[in-house]
Design a protein around this ligand. Structure first.
Ligand code: F6P
Length: 544
């Protein structure tokens, strides 16, 4: 039986609802004109990240009410529970300890009564030693040649994180190595990623927490064929394949020497794992020291999240502002817009982090929610997005809260590019917030019939994250910031942000359909009429 969840009945929620009705028409223009201290008041700074959230449709009162909601949801106790290794992933009976992946040596974090930090550092040391051998050319392939190409095979959390971070930190990477990422079961992905690579100079990293994922194992088998087609000796696999997994048994079955396996643990969720051994390709790219700096950045944000009062706590602020739009303004989507080309894959990475975590329809107790949970997250780096979808954000009918992420210092100081980039960065949030009124447009001498077209309503909310410089440490801070933002929202919505049952049904059905597509005899199809028809059509057309 479906019960109704209680969140909307809480006094804190109802106070927010009443407050929303009182201020929903309030204009940002008005809020700025009537309060000279607004920009200074509605900002927070920590760890080289300055968050200006004054261009949001909220007041000091909104913030107080949101903070009260967080308190009534037991946020501080839940933060403690996560850091303490309690089994807060209740549907899988697991602790959620990605924060232990970046704990300094000597820290003690218990999972099932056992300090996991020494194991974490043992794996990091093993990764560092391996990466040094590959980067220096000491690790030789089967024919005695050094490795020049690294191909990461994985999907979801075993691809998006390492891929995003390898791009994000490319400035710091070893340029004598080529990095490619294969995720899709579509053979085109493998074919294009390996195009032109010499197998005898290529290292495949098979990344899979479970080591049972159809796409990854399919691509790993294809990679093995690719290698053996040239080297003709199964022994070559040992020198050209390593694995990252929690499943040693399946790794061994595949034929990878478990001495060349880098482990992690079931208390690390896939989408929270790129700072574990899943980041091996990243460590190969940037080296162990820079990887360590990134982990320090993650840890610094963990500490900020754990210890800073809520009103100055960056993940809590971002999380609560997101709830405000998602649940009261009815915003369906949320854009993350990094003004840095190195962060080209940041939004794609955040999509899994946010949408797989908070795309849930029942509470922890299994009751159907009667409020909105996780938003649709999307985005592209600026300024490219400006010439594509910003039109809709400025003048369309939808409310799309945005996070703008920019850096004060560029890694590539060429001419005036960075000032131009940042001029756009600041201009966009200004235009979105304050727009241009009909009167202002008319005053410019615009023909009356064009005035409505050239008017910008404004009042479109943004957060600005102005960061110092894109370093490994800063990347760690930014990722941890969003990890914890997602956590805060999951706590408010009383959902499990750490399971992902919603991806299972499609996987099971795909297995069944795969055998129907592969069978030489006409299979007896028992799906719905539409699916049966499509399968028959595909089989017929493929034969043709
Ligand atoms: O299908 C979703 C998922 O389970 C993700 O949560 C995970 O990141 C991805 O598949 C890959 O899983 P694995 O690392 O076990 O191959």
């Amino acid at each position: 039986m479906t019960r109704t969840s209680k969140l909307r009945q809480t006094p804190q929620w109802q106070a927010l609802q009443a407050h929303y009705e009182a201020i929903e028409e309030t204009q940002l223009r008005e809020l700025f004109v009537t309060d000279a201290t607004r920009a200074a008041r509605l900002s927070a700074e920590a760890l080289g990240i300055f968050l200006d959230y004054s261009k949001n449709r909220l007041t000091g009162e909104t913030l107080e009410l949101l903070l009260a909601l967080a308190e009534s949801a037991g946020l501080s106790a839940k933060i403690k529970a996560m850091f303490a290794g309690e089994k807060i992933n209740t549907t899988e009976g697991r602790a959620v300890l990605h924060t232990a992946l970046r704990a300094p040596k000597g820290a003690s974090i218990l999972a099932d009564g056992k300090n996991v930090v020494p194991e974490v550092h043992a794996v990091l040391d093993k990764m560092a030693e391996f990466c040094e051998r590959v980067r220096s050319g000491a690790w030789l392939g089967h024919t005695g040649k050094a490795i020049r190409n690294v191909v990461n095979i994985g999907i979801g959390g075993s691809d998006l994180g390492p891929y995003m971070a390898t791009e994000a930190l490319r400035f710091y990477s070893a340029r004598h190595l080529t990095f490619r990422f294969v995720s899709n079961v579509d053979a085109t992905d493998f074919a294009e990623a390996t195009h032109g690579l010499a197998p005898e100079e290529t290292l495949f990293i098979v990344c899979s927490k479970t080591f049972t994922t159809l796409e990854t194992l399919g691509n790993a088998r294809t990679a093995r064929d690719f290698l053996l087609a040239k080297l003709h000796d199964p022994e070559a696999v040992k020198k050209h394949f390593v694995a990252v997994s929690t499943n040693a048994e399946e790794v061994a079955k595949f034929g990878i020497d478990t001495a060349n396996m880098f482990g992690f643990w079931d208390w690390v969720g896939g989408r929270y794992s790129y700072d574990s051994a899943i980041g091996l390709s990243l460590m190969l790219a940037i080296g162990a020291d820079a990887f360590g700096e990134m982990l320090s950045g993650f840890h610094a944000m963990d500490e900020h999240f754990r210890t800073t009062p809520p009103a100055q706590n960056l993940p809590i602020l971002l999380g609560l502002i997101g709830v405000w739009y998602n649940d009261f303004f009815g915003a369906q989507t949320y854009a993350v817009l990094p003004y840095d080309q190195y962060l080209a894959r940041f939004s794609a990475y955040l999509q899994q982090l946010d949408m797989e975590s908070n795309g849930k329809r029942v509470t922890l107790e299994g009751d159907a929610v009667d409020y909105e949970t996780g938003p649709i997250l999307w985005g592209q780096p600026g300024t490219n997005g400006q010439h594509a979808f910003y039109q809709l954000i400025h003048q369309g009918t939808k409310l799309i809260p945005c996070d703008f992420i920019g850096f004060s210092q560029t890694l590539n100081p060429i001419g005036t590019h960075h000032d131009l980039l940042m001029a756009n960065f600041f201009a966009q949030t200004e235009a979105l917030a304050f727009g241009k009124t009909e009167a202002e447009v008319a005053k410019e001498g615009v023909k009356p019939e064009l005035v409505p077209h050239k008017t910008f309503p404004g009042n479109r909310p943004t957060n600005t994250l102005l960061c110092e410089r894109l370093t490994p440490s800063m990347l760690g801070k930014l990722v941890a910031l969003y990890e914890h933002k997602v956590f805060v929202q999951g706590v408010i919505w009383n959902i499990n942000s750490f399971d992902q049952w919603g991806v299972e049904l499609g996987k099971v059905l795909a297995k069944r359909i795969a055998s129907e597509l592969e069978s030489s005899a006409e299979p007896e199809l028992t799906h719905d009429a539409s699916t049966n028809n499509l399968i028959r059509r595909y089989r017929g057309a493929r034969k043709g």
